[in-house]
Design a protein around this ligand. Structure first.
Ligand code: SF4
Length: 256
């Protein structure tokens, strides 16, 4: 990939200098992520005669009557924004080059096998991704914090690998179950610690400074927590409403 990325950069420079239309089919781009190079392969990049570079993303989801599934378009926009960032690194050292912040999304038209395309503005996704990339902890810093000799070599014994995995802090969320092979391990660990993360990221966000299920229950029961804290106040109100509702249900059953 390193060689292909270098050849892509050269081809982009030559096409820009030529001042004519050019299409790069599956070029290879490099982007530094947390201090390590990541290689990316957009479907195509178009070089305009004025030196603008446009990312082309081809997807299999349909565009019906000119519009497509918003969630899928959003995912394609986020993916394209990463390509835009990678291209910007090359454009910065290429005379007369500029990367367009509008990408061309190509999809099947109305469930047929004919292509149709739409221009998608990725400025917002580009800004968000750029901010996230600058905030990422460098791989070297994460590695430096690990105990000496930690390795994830698959040839090591399960015990050694277990110890190595334990040494790395995890931020489990139920979403991990769909994406990560370590999900069952991290879920068991989160549950054993009573971490509120195991209830989901949105619940975690709502609970503010309360980090354990036991702490949340104690706050709701009025045993812990500052009543002036809006989260604690909301939990107590919810607990009171629940108790009221349950008492109502009990009363109904007794009447019958
Ligand atoms: S399941 Fe995977 S992604 Fe989720 S916290 Fe564990 S290691 Fe990280």
């Amino acid at each position: 990939p390193e060689g292909r990325a270098a050849r892509t950069a050269l081809a982009l420079r030559e096409a820009t200098a030529a001042g004519a239309w050019a299409l790069l089919d599956h070029p290879m781009l490099a982007l530094e992520v947390a201090g390590s190079p990541a290689y990316l392969e957009p479907d195509a990049v178009v070089v305009h005669p004025d030196g603008t570079w446009t990312v082309v993303e081809i997807k299999s989801f349909p565009m019906v009557d000119g519009s497509a599934d918003a969630a899928k378009v959003g995912a394609a926009a986020r993916q394209s924004a990463v390509y835009v960032l990678a291209l910007e690194r090359i454009a910065a050292v290429t005379e007369g080059a500029e990367v367009g912040h509008q990408v061309l999304l190509v999809c099947p038209k109305d469930f047929s096998n004919l292509p149709t395309a739409s221009v998608v503005d990725v400025r917002k996704q580009r800004a968000v991704t750029d901010r996230q990339l600058t905030r990422l902890t460098r791989v070297e810093d994460i590695a430096a914090a690990l105990p000496e000799g930690t390795t994830f070599d698959p040839d090591r014994s399960p015990e050694e690998l277990g110890t190595a995995v334990e040494a790395v802090p995890a931020a489990y969320a139920p979403e991990c179950l769909a994406a990560c092979e370590l999900a069952f391990h991290c879920r068991a660990k989160a549950r054993a610690e009573g971490a509120v993360e195991s209830l989901g990221r949105s619940v975690r966000g709502e609970l503010g400074g309360l980090t354990t299920v036991a702490g949340v229950l104690a706050a709701a029961a009025g045993k812990e927590g500052d009543p002036a804290d809006p989260t604690v106040a909301a939990l107590r109100r919810a607990a009171a409403l629940r108790a009221e509702a349950l008492a109502g249900v009990g009363g109904g059953v007794a009447c019958r």
